[in-house]
Design a binder for this molecule. Structure first.
Ligand code: PGA
Length: 228
Protein backbone atom coordinates (compact mmCIF):
# COMPACT_ATOMS: atom_id res chain seq x y z
CA UNK A 1 0.00 0.00 0.00
CA UNK A 2 1.32 3.39 -0.88
CA UNK A 3 2.28 5.72 1.97
CA UNK A 4 2.14 9.49 2.48
CA UNK A 5 5.53 11.15 2.78
CA UNK A 6 5.67 14.82 3.74
CA UNK A 7 8.67 17.14 3.63
CA UNK A 8 8.36 19.96 6.16
CA UNK A 9 10.79 22.72 5.13
CA UNK A 10 9.86 24.82 8.20
CA UNK A 11 11.46 28.29 7.82
CA UNK A 12 14.18 27.15 5.43
CA UNK A 13 14.93 27.66 1.73
CA UNK A 14 14.91 30.38 -0.89
CA UNK A 15 13.27 30.40 -4.32
CA UNK A 16 16.59 29.24 -5.82
CA UNK A 17 17.00 26.48 -3.23
CA UNK A 18 13.44 25.20 -3.73
CA UNK A 19 13.79 25.18 -7.54
CA UNK A 20 17.00 23.17 -7.30
CA UNK A 21 15.44 20.92 -4.65
CA UNK A 22 12.48 20.01 -6.91
CA UNK A 23 14.70 19.26 -9.94
CA UNK A 24 17.01 17.08 -7.90
CA UNK A 25 14.17 15.32 -6.06
CA UNK A 26 12.28 14.54 -9.27
CA UNK A 27 15.48 13.27 -10.91
CA UNK A 28 16.15 10.92 -7.95
CA UNK A 29 12.62 9.65 -7.29
CA UNK A 30 10.35 7.07 -8.79
CA UNK A 31 7.68 6.16 -6.28
CA UNK A 32 3.98 5.42 -5.96
CA UNK A 33 3.95 6.98 -2.50
CA UNK A 34 2.05 10.25 -2.13
CA UNK A 35 4.57 13.09 -1.77
CA UNK A 36 3.65 16.42 -0.18
CA UNK A 37 6.04 19.33 0.38
CA UNK A 38 5.22 21.91 3.07
CA UNK A 39 6.81 25.18 1.96
CA UNK A 40 7.21 28.54 3.72
CA UNK A 41 4.27 30.86 2.92
CA UNK A 42 5.99 33.22 0.39
CA UNK A 43 6.71 30.29 -1.95
CA UNK A 44 3.33 28.54 -1.86
CA UNK A 45 1.76 30.24 -4.87
CA UNK A 46 4.86 29.97 -7.11
CA UNK A 47 5.18 26.23 -6.60
CA UNK A 48 1.49 25.25 -6.46
CA UNK A 49 1.44 24.07 -10.08
CA UNK A 50 4.46 21.75 -9.90
CA UNK A 51 3.95 17.96 -10.14
CA UNK A 52 4.10 17.44 -6.39
CA UNK A 53 1.38 18.38 -3.87
CA UNK A 54 2.15 21.46 -1.81
CA UNK A 55 1.14 22.08 1.80
CA UNK A 56 1.03 25.28 3.83
CA UNK A 57 2.54 25.12 7.31
CA UNK A 58 -0.30 26.88 9.14
CA UNK A 59 -3.58 28.77 8.57
CA UNK A 60 -5.66 31.30 10.46
CA UNK A 61 -8.60 30.16 12.54
CA UNK A 62 -10.59 33.14 11.21
CA UNK A 63 -12.28 33.86 7.86
CA UNK A 64 -10.74 37.30 7.22
CA UNK A 65 -10.20 40.65 8.95
CA UNK A 66 -7.72 42.50 11.14
CA UNK A 67 -5.28 39.67 11.76
CA UNK A 68 -1.96 41.13 10.58
CA UNK A 69 0.54 38.41 9.56
CA UNK A 70 -2.10 35.68 9.25
CA UNK A 71 -3.15 33.75 6.12
CA UNK A 72 -6.72 32.48 5.63
CA UNK A 73 -7.82 29.11 4.27
CA UNK A 74 -9.64 30.94 1.48
CA UNK A 75 -6.33 32.56 0.42
CA UNK A 76 -4.61 29.15 0.41
CA UNK A 77 -7.38 27.70 -1.74
CA UNK A 78 -7.14 30.72 -4.05
CA UNK A 79 -3.45 29.84 -4.50
CA UNK A 80 -4.38 26.19 -5.31
CA UNK A 81 -2.93 24.75 -2.12
CA UNK A 82 -4.45 21.34 -1.33
CA UNK A 83 -2.95 20.52 2.07
CA UNK A 84 -2.13 22.39 5.27
CA UNK A 85 -0.29 21.40 8.46
CA UNK A 86 -2.06 22.48 11.65
CA UNK A 87 -1.08 22.01 15.29
CA UNK A 88 2.64 21.57 14.68
CA UNK A 89 4.30 21.75 18.10
CA UNK A 90 6.49 24.66 16.96
CA UNK A 91 3.37 26.68 16.01
CA UNK A 92 1.55 25.60 19.17
CA UNK A 93 4.48 26.87 21.26
CA UNK A 94 5.47 29.98 19.32
CA UNK A 95 1.91 31.22 18.78
CA UNK A 96 0.30 29.85 21.97
CA UNK A 97 -2.20 27.87 19.90
CA UNK A 98 -4.73 25.87 21.91
CA UNK A 99 -6.48 22.63 20.94
CA UNK A 100 -9.60 24.72 20.36
CA UNK A 101 -7.71 27.09 17.98
CA UNK A 102 -6.49 24.08 16.05
CA UNK A 103 -10.02 22.76 15.71
CA UNK A 104 -11.10 26.18 14.34
CA UNK A 105 -8.25 25.98 11.81
CA UNK A 106 -9.48 22.51 10.87
CA UNK A 107 -12.98 23.92 10.30
CA UNK A 108 -11.56 26.69 8.11
CA UNK A 109 -9.68 24.14 6.02
CA UNK A 110 -12.71 21.83 5.69
CA UNK A 111 -14.86 24.73 4.56
CA UNK A 112 -12.32 25.50 1.81
CA UNK A 113 -11.73 21.87 0.83
CA UNK A 114 -8.09 21.85 1.93
CA UNK A 115 -6.88 18.60 3.50
CA UNK A 116 -5.58 19.08 7.04
CA UNK A 117 -2.45 17.42 8.39
CA UNK A 118 -3.07 17.54 12.14
CA UNK A 119 0.04 17.23 14.34
CA UNK A 120 -0.13 15.83 17.86
CA UNK A 121 2.57 14.72 20.28
CA UNK A 122 3.67 14.87 23.86
CA UNK A 123 6.60 16.63 25.55
CA UNK A 124 9.14 14.52 27.48
CA UNK A 125 7.76 15.33 30.95
CA UNK A 126 4.35 14.01 29.87
CA UNK A 127 5.88 10.77 28.56
CA UNK A 128 7.95 10.35 31.71
CA UNK A 129 4.85 10.95 33.81
CA UNK A 130 2.96 8.20 31.90
CA UNK A 131 0.40 10.76 30.75
CA UNK A 132 0.92 10.37 26.98
CA UNK A 133 -2.49 8.76 26.30
CA UNK A 134 -4.51 11.40 28.11
CA UNK A 135 -2.40 14.20 26.55
CA UNK A 136 -3.02 12.93 22.99
CA UNK A 137 -6.67 12.22 23.78
CA UNK A 138 -7.07 15.88 24.84
CA UNK A 139 -5.33 17.07 21.67
CA UNK A 140 -7.79 15.05 19.58
CA UNK A 141 -10.84 15.65 21.72
CA UNK A 142 -12.51 17.97 19.20
CA UNK A 143 -11.82 15.58 16.33
CA UNK A 144 -13.12 12.42 17.94
CA UNK A 145 -16.49 12.40 16.20
CA UNK A 146 -14.96 13.04 12.77
CA UNK A 147 -15.14 10.30 10.20
CA UNK A 148 -13.61 12.12 7.27
CA UNK A 149 -10.24 11.11 5.87
CA UNK A 150 -7.87 13.15 7.99
CA UNK A 151 -4.11 12.86 8.20
CA UNK A 152 -2.80 12.86 11.75
CA UNK A 153 0.95 13.11 12.33
CA UNK A 154 2.20 11.73 15.64
CA UNK A 155 5.26 13.82 16.45
CA UNK A 156 6.56 13.44 20.02
CA UNK A 157 7.95 16.90 20.81
CA UNK A 158 11.09 15.43 22.38
CA UNK A 159 11.82 13.49 19.16
CA UNK A 160 11.69 16.55 16.87
CA UNK A 161 15.18 17.56 15.76
CA UNK A 162 16.76 15.60 18.62
CA UNK A 163 17.91 12.42 16.88
CA UNK A 164 15.76 10.42 19.32
CA UNK A 165 12.99 8.08 18.16
CA UNK A 166 10.39 6.37 20.41
CA UNK A 167 10.42 2.60 20.92
CA UNK A 168 8.30 0.75 18.33
CA UNK A 169 5.92 -0.35 21.09
CA UNK A 170 5.39 3.28 22.15
CA UNK A 171 4.69 4.38 18.57
CA UNK A 172 2.26 1.48 18.11
CA UNK A 173 0.44 2.29 21.34
CA UNK A 174 -0.14 5.92 20.22
CA UNK A 175 -1.21 4.80 16.72
CA UNK A 176 -3.77 2.42 18.25
CA UNK A 177 -5.04 5.23 20.46
CA UNK A 178 -5.37 7.65 17.51
CA UNK A 179 -7.21 5.00 15.49
CA UNK A 180 -9.62 4.43 18.36
CA UNK A 181 -10.29 8.19 18.63
CA UNK A 182 -10.55 9.24 14.97
CA UNK A 183 -12.08 6.72 12.58
CA UNK A 184 -10.43 6.58 9.13
CA UNK A 185 -7.40 8.66 10.15
CA UNK A 186 -4.20 8.12 8.19
CA UNK A 187 -1.45 8.13 10.80
CA UNK A 188 2.01 9.47 10.05
CA UNK A 189 5.07 9.42 12.29
CA UNK A 190 7.34 12.48 12.55
CA UNK A 191 10.38 13.36 14.66
CA UNK A 192 14.03 12.80 13.68
CA UNK A 193 13.17 10.66 10.64
CA UNK A 194 16.19 10.13 8.39
CA UNK A 195 17.25 7.71 5.67
CA UNK A 196 18.74 5.34 8.26
CA UNK A 197 15.70 4.93 10.51
CA UNK A 198 12.97 5.39 7.86
CA UNK A 199 13.05 1.76 6.71
CA UNK A 200 11.77 0.24 9.94
CA UNK A 201 9.20 3.05 10.34
CA UNK A 202 7.90 2.50 6.80
CA UNK A 203 7.59 -1.22 7.48
CA UNK A 204 5.42 -0.68 10.54
CA UNK A 205 1.88 -1.48 9.40
CA UNK A 206 0.46 0.95 12.00
CA UNK A 207 2.15 3.87 10.21
CA UNK A 208 0.67 5.22 6.98
CA UNK A 209 3.56 7.54 6.24
CA UNK A 210 6.17 9.97 7.53
CA UNK A 211 6.53 13.69 8.23
CA UNK A 212 10.17 14.60 7.71
CA UNK A 213 11.72 17.88 8.86
CA UNK A 214 15.51 18.38 8.82
CA UNK A 215 16.31 15.38 6.59
CA UNK A 216 13.85 16.57 3.92
CA UNK A 217 16.05 19.57 3.07
CA UNK A 218 18.49 17.22 1.34
CA UNK A 219 16.59 16.20 -1.85
CA UNK A 220 18.61 13.01 -2.26
CA UNK A 221 18.05 11.88 1.33
CA UNK A 222 14.34 12.74 1.07
CA UNK A 223 14.13 10.85 -2.23
CA UNK A 224 15.69 7.79 -0.55
CA UNK A 225 13.10 7.99 2.23
CA UNK A 226 10.21 8.67 -0.19
CA UNK A 227 10.81 5.58 -2.26
CA UNK A 228 11.13 3.02 0.51
P1 PGA B 1 12.57 16.67 12.28
O1 PGA B 1 11.24 17.56 12.29
O2 PGA B 1 12.40 15.62 11.25
O3 PGA B 1 13.68 17.63 11.96
O4 PGA B 1 12.70 16.08 13.66
C1 PGA B 1 9.99 16.98 12.11
C2 PGA B 1 8.92 18.03 12.24
O5 PGA B 1 9.05 18.92 13.10
O6 PGA B 1 7.92 18.01 11.49
Amino acid sequence: MSKIIIANFKMNGTRHFINKWFSKFLEETNTLNKIIVALPTPYLASFSDCNISIAAQNVSSFDSGSFTSQVSAEMLKDCDIDYCIIGHSESRNLLNETNEDIFEKYNQLSKNLIKPIICVGEPMNVREGNQTSSFITDQLNFFSSKEEDVIIAYEPIWAIGSGLIPAVSDINEVCELIKSLVTNAKILYGGSVNEKNAFHLMNNSNIDGLLVGGASLDPKEFANIAQL
